[in-house]
Design a protein around this ligand. Structure first.
Ligand SMILES: [Zn+2]
Ligand SMILES: [Zn+2]
Length: 157
């Protein structure tokens, strides 16, 4: 398995053919680009303006207590760029919601930082074995992609 290191974390790269074609994950030049991600009700969260090098980002609502902040995450795995329409402090644990139906993203597992890792579905079939997972702690960069129930790429810090 190919690995890439940078000063802020480590991206474990997927092997060739790791993703089902329906996931439409683009693996190229040491970048992993997610082009679709669904809530459990089938809303595509990759939407809006193509502001990420010509690609759409992952749009979520972050809820912290009574506060709600619109979040647009870079669709590249391991890339911590994001656009917010409000303020979230680094380290805050955010409940992540679908902006369309308000459903909460489901829990994948606990993160090393002690917050929950939540997931979105990678395909329209909404099979939880094909998923994109992110940590719910703002500023924690953990993320992983699963295919058929196995973690095939992972960004750890
Ligand atoms: Zn939804
Ligand atoms: Zn974390």
């Amino acid at each position: 398995m190919e690995e890439r290191f940078d000063k802020e974390g480590r991206l474990i790269f997927p092997e060739k053919g790791a993703f089902p074609a329906k996931a439409k994950v683009i693996v190229r030049d040491k970048n992993i680009l997610v082009t679709q991600a669904y809530c459990r009700n089938g809303h595509n969260l990759v939407r809006g303006e193509k502001i990420w090098d010509g690609n759409r980002g992952i749009n979520l609502i972050g809820k912290i207590g009574e506060r709600k902040v619109n979040i647009n995450l870079s669709p590249y795995q391991g890339d911590n760029r994001r656009v917010l329409d409000g303020i979230i402090e680094k380290g805050e644990i955010v409940t992540l919601l679908c902006p369309e139906c308000g459903t909460e993203l489901e829990i994948f597992s606990p993160c090393g930082c002690s917050a929950d890792i939540v997931y979105m579905y990678l395909t329209e079939e909404l099979d939880p074995r094909d998923s994109i997972c992110v940590c719910s702690r703002f500023g924690c960069r953990y993320s992983c992609l699963t295919s058929r129930g196995k973690i095939v790429s992972e960004f750890t810090v």
